[in-house]
Structure formats: structure tokens, C-alpha cells
Design a protein around this ligand. Structure first.
Ligand SMILES: Cc1cc2nc3c(=O)[nH]c(=O)nc-3n(C[C@H](O)[C@H](O)[C@H](O)COP(=O)(O)OP(=O)(O)OC[C@H]3O[C@@H](n4cnc5c(N)ncnc54)[C@H](O)[C@@H]3O)c2cc1C
Length: 286
């Protein structure tokens, strides 16, 4: 059987950081399980974050008005993307799972990792309007966020000062990863490693090692399937009226984003729930 590949996209400046320790646990444990592990160490690679004209070699399709999305899609089709993007495309193609390892910056990924997403998840290669979300190009691949925070866990509760972590995770987990089709595994969150004793940090790493043993068999998070929506400009890509009516009868919103003005489904973006519990199953007649 062909060896399976995991890609770790890693963003931390310091080899002595807790993020580096978390990355190393993943490399060691996954290799022990027989996986081939690739690492894109973005700061060490000096990975460029800015999406610019330099990402296309040779002439542009339209030099009058530079449109990054159009130009990179065209360049991807013609084999004219810059070498650093092509190298990352090869790794993504080979990977069955991508782990994004980073410290939380401003409720999001560090700029260098956002740059990786902007530049590597090229239109055509990673998504199209015809293939998105659960019908997306990477629907047979998995992806997950693994990150550290400065905040303690209670700060990110719905009644904590920062607000619900599920809301913070929605843009990247749904808007980027799931949009490209990835089955998104529950995030691994290391709460405030800089503010806890060594014993707690060691226990966090042990917990991560344990989770890695069954990671690729885990159920992904629940999102709303495309068939719940009228995917046409005429229909505004809105939920079918009969689906909306049915979902409105449920006690919770469908997902963190599709809340329908109701309470959010509990921990929709941090733990896998059955489709039955979440009501996200596409069982409505159109
Ligand atoms: C621009 C910016 C924006 C930020 N925005 C946010 C935000 O929105 N929300 C938020 O919550 N936080 C935010 N932060 C804080 C940031 O998320 C944390 O500082 C970061 O997550 C801590 O992770 P680290 O790997 O850098 O920890 P480190 O400081 O590197 O490590 C923590 C401790 O772990 C120790 N350690 C290292 N290796 C091991 C090991 N093998 N075993 C045991 N211990 C070990 C280290 O020595 C250190 O004592 C922000 C920070 C910056 C700079």
C-alpha cells in the first residue's frame, strides 16, 4: 500500500517555542505510525505572504487591470505560477491531511500563514464556484488547525471577555478550509501555554500525542451541505425555503454561521457532532 502523507504548515519564529514542541510531537508520532510527514516551515523558508504580480512568471493575461485571482488561475492552467507556489501545490496534492500549526494572532492565523492560504489555495487548483464546500476540490482530504493562545480557555467562552471561540474559528475553518472541500477535523487548542506550569504543558503535549494516534479516523466537524442551498445567482445561493422552514423548527441554528437567528449549535467549530444532533443532514426535498 502507498505510504500516506501528512503536511504540516508551520508558522513560528522560534525553534524553542511551544509551537515547535507541538510540531515535533506530530512529526515523531505520525512517522511512528508510518506516515510520510512534510513540513512547510514558513518563517525558515522566508515564505512571501503578499499576493502580487510576482506570483506569475512571464506576461499577464490583462496587463491593464491586474486581477490576482484571474491571473493566478490563468497562470496555474498555463504552468506559469512562481516556483514557491508550485512547490506548495505539490505538497498539498500529496497530502491526505494538512495540519496548520501556529500561535493565534489577532483571533486568526499569523500573516505569513494567511499569505500561504492566499497564494497556495489558487483558484482552479483549490476551488471553483462549481466545486466548493462539500463538493469542493479537496473533499477527499482532511485539514485541521492546531494552535496555541495567549488567552486562557474561559476568555473564549460565549460569556468570556473574548467571546465564543466557535465564532472566531468559523472564517478560517468554513470560509477557507471547508470552502476548498477539506473535511475539517476539530482544532487542537493549547490554551495559554506561556501562563501555565511545566507539568500542564507536558500534559498538553501528551494529550496531543494520544490524539494523533487516531487522528485520521476522527469524524470531521459538521457544516451545512451544498444541497440545502439554491446554488444559482437567481436564487442568491440561499437556503431553499422549505429547508429553512424545516431548520427553523430545530432548537439550535444549523451551524455557527447558519444560525438562523437562534442559539448556536454547541461547540459546532470545536468538536465533531453527529449530523442528526446538528440538523445539518440534507434530508429535505427540493
Ligand atoms: C501579534 C500577536 C497577536 C496575538 N493575538 C492573540 C489573540 O488574538 N488571542 C490570543 O489568545 N493570543 C494572542 N497572541 C498571543 C499568542 O497567541 C501566544 O503568545 C502564543 O500562542 C504562545 O505560543 P508560543 O509557542 O509562542 O509559546 P512560547 O512562549 O514559545 O512557549 C510557552 C512556554 O512553553 C515552553 N516550552 C517550549 N517547549 C516546551 C516543551 N517541549 N515542553 C514544555 N514546555 C515547553 C516555553 O519555554 C515557554 O515557557 C498574540 C501574539 C502576538 C505576537
Amino acid at each position: 500500500m502507498a505510504q500516506k502523507t501528512v503536511l504540516i504548515v508551520y508558522a513560528h519564529q522560534s525553534p524553542g517555542s511551544f509551537n515547535a514542541a507541538v510540531r515535533d510531537v506530530a512529526i515523531e508520532e505520525l512517522r511512528e505510525q508510518g506516515y510520510r510527514v512534510l513540513v512547510s516551515d514558513l518563517y525558515a523558508m522566508k515564505f512571501r505572504a503578499e499576493a502580487t504580480r510576482d506570483d506569475i512568471t512571464g506576461d499577464l493575461k490583462n496587463s491593464e487591470l491586474f486581477q490576482y485571482g484571474d491571473e493566478t488561475m490563468h497562470a496555474w492552467k498555463k504552468g506559469k505560477l512562481s516556483d514557491d507556489i508550485v512547490a506548495e501545490h505539490r505538497k498539498v496534492e500529496e497530502a491526505e491531511l494538512i495540519i496548520f500549526q501556529f500561535p493565534l494572532y489577532w483571533f486568526s492565523v499569523p500573516a505569513i500563514m494567511k499569505g500561504w492560504m492566499d497564494r497556495v489555495l489558487t483558484q482552479g487548483f483549490a476551488f471553483s464556484l462549481e466545486q466548493m464546500y462539500d463538493t469542493g476540490i479537496f473533499k477527499d482530504k482532511k485539514a485541521m488547525l492546531s494552535f496555541t493562545t495567549g488567552a486562557i480557555q474561559t476568555m473564549f467562552r460565549p460569556d468570556g471577555i473574548n467571546g465564543d471561540i466557535n465564532v472566531s474559528l468559523w472564517p478560517i475553518q468554513n470560509g477557507t478550509l471547508h470552502f476548498c472541500g477539506f473535511q475539517v477535523l476539530a482544532p487542537q487548542i493549547f490554551w495559554s501555554p506561556a501562563h501555565c506550569p511545566l507539568t500542564v504543558r507536558t500534559a498538553m503535549l501528551d494529550g496531543w500525542r494520544e490524539r494523533l494516534k487516531g487522528l485520521l479516523e476522527e469524524q470531521p466537524l459538521t457544516f451545512a451541505p451544498c444541497e440545502l442551498f439554491d446554488l444559482s445567482f437567481k436564487g442568491g445561493f440561499m437556503m431553499w425555503p422549505e429547508v429553512r422552514k424545516e431548520k427553523e423548527a430545530l432548537p439550535f441554528g444549523l451551524t455557527t454561521g447558519h444560525h438562523l437567528g437562534k442559539p448556536l449549535p454547541p461547540d459546532n467549530q470545536i468538536s465533531a457532532q453527529s449530523t442528526k444532533e446538528s440538523g445539518a443532514k440534507a434530508d429535505c426535498k427540493k
